[in-house]
Design a protein around this ligand. Sequence first.
Ligand code: UD1
Length: 349
Amino acid sequence: MAVLVTGGGGYIGTHVCVELLNHGYDIVVVDNFSNSSVEGINRVKTITGKTFKIYQTDLLHKRKLIDIFEQNSINSVIHLAGYKSVGESTEKPIKYYANNIISTINICEIMKKFDVKKIVFSSSATVYAPSNNHQPISENFPLGATNPYGRTKLIIEHFLSDLSQSDSDWSIGILRYFNPVGAHSSGLIGEDPKGVPNNLVPYLARVAIGKLPVLSIFGNDYPTMDGTGVRDYIHVVDLAQGHVYALQKVESTTGIDRYNLGTGKGYSVLEMVHSYEKASGRKIPYEIAPRRKGDVAICYADPSKARNELGWVAKIGLKEMCQDSWNWQQNNPNGYEGDHPSPLNALKR
Ligand code: UD1
């Protein structure tokens, strides 16, 4: 019996695959590699010493999904595949709605056809309505995404809830990620954004290594301890382990549940800069820029539901998050080979 991991080639996907394999699960990966590299999957095999099947396929192709279910003994799904850039989603809403939503409907339709009704879904803290004065955020906080990407996550959450209502055999775990950062301690897998990174930590990494000249800090007049934005950064290995705990819960129950995956601690942009300077031993030049549209001052999780109901807690601190990010950046200054789309036959068999 295997877990089907959609989007297993991505930043979070590769780390989830490592944790599943380390916990003794068999996995099958499906990814279209539109925003990831087969080299990441090769490295999952190197880290774990295990092998597994990979399908380079788009979840929009139902026939191919049926083939995967026919060819493998799948009994649960971790669904991570999806487009995830907030900025791009505002420019290309059709691309985001069509891909993220239809691919989820397809995967659930085929799961139902094969009587596989256990799924863990990758959602985001972006589904919560923006709030500057009510922290930390627990799962019953009001919902209300502010951009097309976030709305696709919210719509999928509603869809999964309707699915659960319609058939009590389904077991669904929704994971709302806060800000995943860092990399596997081996330095073999990590975040490899295309072009100029949008998110803080990959941007810091590029400045530290000298590929970008200066960090723009988006606002220093927020009502926070030093005026810069505060977020709940969580090490990607902790996040990946959260998926294993959620899967174990999904395997043993039915119904639907939502869990925050965060540390419960917030750090400001300036604290991140200083921590990254320590980790890298490099000075990080920065300038203060205007606030970024859509940003809130503070956002951090109440992770107690995941602790109480899944038995999961984030263990890795800020120092290691920055050290592991830097280790990955130094070992892979051009990411995975410098270019992303690689033919599937480059995969290690
Ligand atoms: C962003 C996304 C969110 C997504 C998450 C994934 C937006 C509005 N939100 O969250 O939907 O789930 O990434 O991790 O894009 N910052 C700078 N300079 C930079 C980059 C960021 O000062 O060059 C600041 C931001 O203003 C913010 C903090 O760093 O205060 C974190 O930003 P970022 O890493 O982009 O994450 P979020 O905005 O929290």
